[in-house]
Every structure is written in structure tokens, then in C-alpha cells.
Design a protein around this ligand. Sequence first.
Ligand SMILES: C[S@@+](CC[C@H](N)C(=O)[O-])C[C@H]1O[C@@H](n2cnc3c(N)ncnc32)[C@H](O)[C@@H]1O
Length: 390
Amino acid sequence: MNEKRLSQQLRSFERLLDTYVKGKEPLSRFLTLFFKENRQMGSNDRRTLSRWSYNYFRLGEGLPALPVLERLTIAEYLCCTESDVVALLDPALSHTITETIDGKLLLLANRFSFDVHEVFPLIAHVSADLDTGLFLKSLFRQPKLFLRLRPGAESIVLKCLERNQINYERIGRSCLALENGTKLDQYEELRGMYEVQDRSSQQTGDYFEAKAGEKWWDACAASGGKSLLLMQTYPGVNLLVSDVRSSILRNLDERFEKAAIKDYRRKIIDLTKDPSIILGNDTFDGIILDAPCSGSGTWGRTPEMMQQFSEGKLRYFVDLQRRILQNVIRHLKVNKPLIYITCSVYGAENEEQVAFAEKLGLRLERATLLKGYENRADTMFVARLIKNPL
Ligand SMILES: C[S@@+](CC[C@H](N)C(=O)[O-])C[C@H]1O[C@@H](n2cnc3c(N)ncnc32)[C@H](O)[C@@H]1O
């Protein structure tokens, strides 16, 4: 360990945190800009400061009164098995850095009265099926990178990964797990052979059960993650995609083009208003509603979000989801499914919205909390709801 260098990096880290305005932009974007403005920092500095930043935010709302460097030390201790910061600033803690996460939490509870429940905002409001202990511990580890292989591309991708000695774990036919940060862009032969899509997100596809010739609507399509999954699993589906943001639909167009999917309709629709003005009497055999939500099931990837959440924000999403639900249901055919999806861990956005949908004339066929925290993936919720006859 070069103490002088480390002290310099710690000062840069404090400056970095001072400059970061929470909520203004995602941490990843902020870091890119910060390093652009601080060109004197070499690749080692950039790597170290990035790692510290992510680990620091993994401590969420825990131990708020402690000074920045003490919080960083504790965060590094929880997230790593080796850390120069811990070795320099708290040698006593450093001796137990290879302990299990349970051992470390116990030690921190004794020494700092640290309660891991403080880390995650509104932890008392999570879905009933969530194992709070496992979920909270999962927050101290970066989730994996998951790929969904295009149908027919499986052997090409696997051969390329093996030839280049890239470690992967195969999950089912088309899902691969890789270590986060694995770079695949450089392999020409992999272009168009896979989508980056979280494991839980891929699992929501098990709820679609579409049929060739059916009319489906992906009502909050964004850049088309679920739509691509739908079309590559059920190529004969007649698809409408929509979103309130036209810019994100341009990303969808690009992804569809790469995937050679040409046959689909697209519209810009604000679902807080009655979509009949745009859709007329159009009705669908299936609707995917991947609703705007807190994103709390993905905060393992964006831990800076944990310090920015509040009950008011949760309420905002719950109200928005209700308005959207009411508006899309009008365009669902009787006895046909609405697939309600969130990447949230909060009951109010999940089970409670199912109860709300039931009041609107839908019946629950099946629902599940996709426990990504067991697999270093995102945690999501999916429900298949069927429209009752009037
Ligand atoms: C969770 S994202 C969808 C992700 C996407 N389905 C995928 O798999 O990549 C939710 C989307 O809802 C959209 N949205 C938010 N408010 C909306 C509204 N009032 N009307 C329609 N779409 C809205 C957002 O623009 C965002 O793209």
C-alpha cells in the first residue's frame, strides 16, 4: 500500500462526494463527467474512486451521522474481502475483513450499534414474500451481468466465450450470467447475438403465454426489453409498442432493427390520459404493463438511489400505476391477460396493485416476486391478471 497515494485518493473521493448532487443524475453518468473534468486522474485512480463510490452508496441510509471516510471504511469492510482503505483507517476492522457477511454485521452492530435494516429506505414496506435478511445482505454485492441469447445463437455465443476464456454460468437454455464489467463489445461475431437483460426480467416472459396471430400491446415499452422477449419467444404476435417518451422509442427501433424485427406498430401515448383518443376502439389479446416504479429491486446496481427515496416518492408511483392501470384495461379483451410487472420490492407497488386491479374487474391467475437477491440479479414482481366478462 502506498500511503501517500491512498491519502491523495481519499481527498479526491471527499471532493467527488461533495460535487455529487444527489438526484441530479445517476452516479455512473456523474463519474464519467467527473473524470472527464479531472483528466489528471489515471486509470488506477478512476477505478479506485468508482469502486469506493459504489461501495459507499451501498451503505444506503446506514450510520448517517458518521464522517464520510468512516462510512467509506465501513462500506468497504462490508463489500470487500481486501481493502487498503480499511487497512489504513481502521486496522482493527481490517483483521476481520474476510469474515462472513453475518459475522461482519454482528461486529458492526456491537461496535457502532449498526442496524442493517437502516440501510434500505422504507424496509418495513417491502412485499410479504421478500426475505428481508437475505435481501439486505445482497445489497453489499454487485449484481451479475445477464445475457439473453437470441434463439439459434446459443452455440455461437458459447463458443466465442470459451475461445476467449470468458467465465460464464449457463442458466436454462438462453440465459447466461457473467461477472459485471465483462466487456463483450469487442467481439464482432457476437453482434446481434444476445440482449443484455437481467435474469428476473427474462423470467417475466414465462407469464406471457401468447399465441401466434394475437394482438399484443406493450404499453410502457421503453427501449423494448420485454417486447423483444415477447417477439423472440412468440414471433407470430402482432405487436403495438408505446411509451410516453419518443426518444426511448427510437432506441427500441434500433434494437428491433438489429434483431431483424420489422413488423410492429409504435405510438407515443401518455397513459395518465385516456388512450382511446389515440387507440380508438382497438382492443388486445394481451397487454404487457411494465409499469414506471420506484426501481427499488434494481438498487443493487444503482445504490445511490437508496439515499434519495421517500414515502412521498412511493406514493407518487403508486398513484401513477393506478391511473395507468385504469386506462390500459379499457383496451384489453375479455378473458385475456394483462401482465403487470415492476422492478420494485415494495408491497404497495406489487400485491396492493393486484388488489386494486381486482377491484377494476381483473382476476389474478398467478403472481410472484422474482427473488433476484438469491441469484445476484434484480428483484421484480410479475402478475398475470385476466379481464372478467362485464
Ligand atoms: C420500467 S420502464 C419499462 C421498461 C421496458 N418495458 C423494458 O423492458 O425495457 C417504464 C416505462 O414507463 C414509461 N412511462 C412513465 N410514465 C408514463 C406514462 N404516463 N405513460 C406512458 N408511459 C409512461 C417510462 O417512460 C418508462 O419507459
